[in-house]
Design a binder for this molecule. Structure first.
Ligand code: CP
Length: 317
């Protein structure tokens, strides 16, 4: 068997699938817009049996509600079948099986793999060794590209455009993979960003360098208050407890911002509040009935966008 050695394992040559979605930067602007157009079609008609006979594996090495269940619903509505696990403790990785071996085995059974993993780079590694497409459902603090595509769909639906918007990113900008993916995707659409985070959770330098390289305007602040009154999108995030090495540091910042209804009094009429969810304390439930709250509808949009992603990965290519 031709192959190269990596960590003592034989990696087979010529097996890598070219259709994986690992980072939002894997898709061009045209491909992103095509996914959003396709998602609108699935929203109008969700039951299209285009994945008849296909098997999709969902491998979740970290907890999830929305991402896993919306991917699985998307497969079912497209007529495909699901295998997989929602808890790595029930898989043979708990006996010491490597990710390399897990991917090789599951690729014998499934036509595509949707994977969430705590390690940054795990999805890229899987895509490099897998003969079937890998869809990254979140790798550590790195990327969450399917979330970004549903965020873009939600922004487009609520604003009528993706161009020239002011987007306020609030909360855990250090460990929040959704804001990292969204920032990169918006580079196609001339955004202005307002980064609002405590010093401990500031946007990492690599993303600020990315902004400078792509002529993206941004400001930084530690105060929420009404700092979003000129914004079109207010994107709240949860402080990512599971990424902290020091839980005392988490305790210091966990309740740093809570958005309340009265804080929205002077916001723009077109402002919409997004949150990838789950939320903890960062949005008070009194905001839920405000017409500017869009986070539950945003999560619903994930179904249509993930139908579009599965179709692109497995059918259109
Ligand atoms: N937004 C998101 O990734 O939610 P889950 O962790 O519930 O999948």
């Amino acid at each position: 068997m031709a192959g190269k050695k990596e960590n003592g394992k034989i990696i087979r040559n010529n097996t890598m699938s070219k259709n994986s979605l690992v980072s939002i930067s894997d898709y061009s602007k045209d491909e992103i817009l095509s996914i959003l157009e396709s998602a609108a079609g699935f929203e109008a008609n969700p039951n299209q049996k285009t994945l008849d006979g296909k098997v999709i594996a969902t491998l979740f090495f970290e907890p999830s509600t929305r991402t896993r269940l919306s991917f699985e619903t998307a497969v079912i509505r497209l007529g495909g079948s699901i295998i997989g696990f929602s808890d790595a403790a029930t898989s043979s990785s708990s006996k010491g099986e490597t990710l390399n071996d897990t991917i090789h085995m599951v690729s014998c059974y499934a036509d595509a793999i949707v994977m969430r993993h705590p390690l940054e780079g795990a999805a890229r590694y899987a895509a490099e060794i897998s003969p079937v497409p890998i869809i990254n459902a979140g790798d550590g603090a790195n990327q969450h590209p399917s979330q970004t595509l549903l965020d873009l769909y939600s922004i487009l639906k609520t604003q009528g455009t993706l161009e020239n918007l002011t987007i306020c990113l609030v909360g855990d900008l250090k460990y929040g993979r959704t804001v990292h993916s969204l920032l990169m995707a918006m580079s196609h659409f001339n955004p202005t960003f307002k980064f609002i985070a405590p010093d401990e959770l500031k946007m990492p330098d690599e993303y600020k360098v990315f902004c400078k390289k792509h002529n993206i305007k941004y400001t930084e602040s530690t105060e929420l208050n009404d700092n979003f009154n000129d914004a079109d999108i207010l994107y709240m995030t949860r402080v990512q407890k599971e990424r902290f090495l020091d839980l005392m540091e988490y305790e210091r910042v966990k309740n740093v911002y809570t958005l309340k209804n009265e804080m929205l009094a002077h916001s723009k009429p077109n402002l919409r509040i997004l949150h990838p969810l789950p939320r903890v304390t960062e949005i008070d439930p009194d905001v839920d009935t405000n017409e500017k709250a869009y986070y539950f509808k945003q999560a619903q949009n994930g179904l249509y966008v993930r139908q579009a992603i599965l179709s692109k990965v497995l059918i259109q290519q």
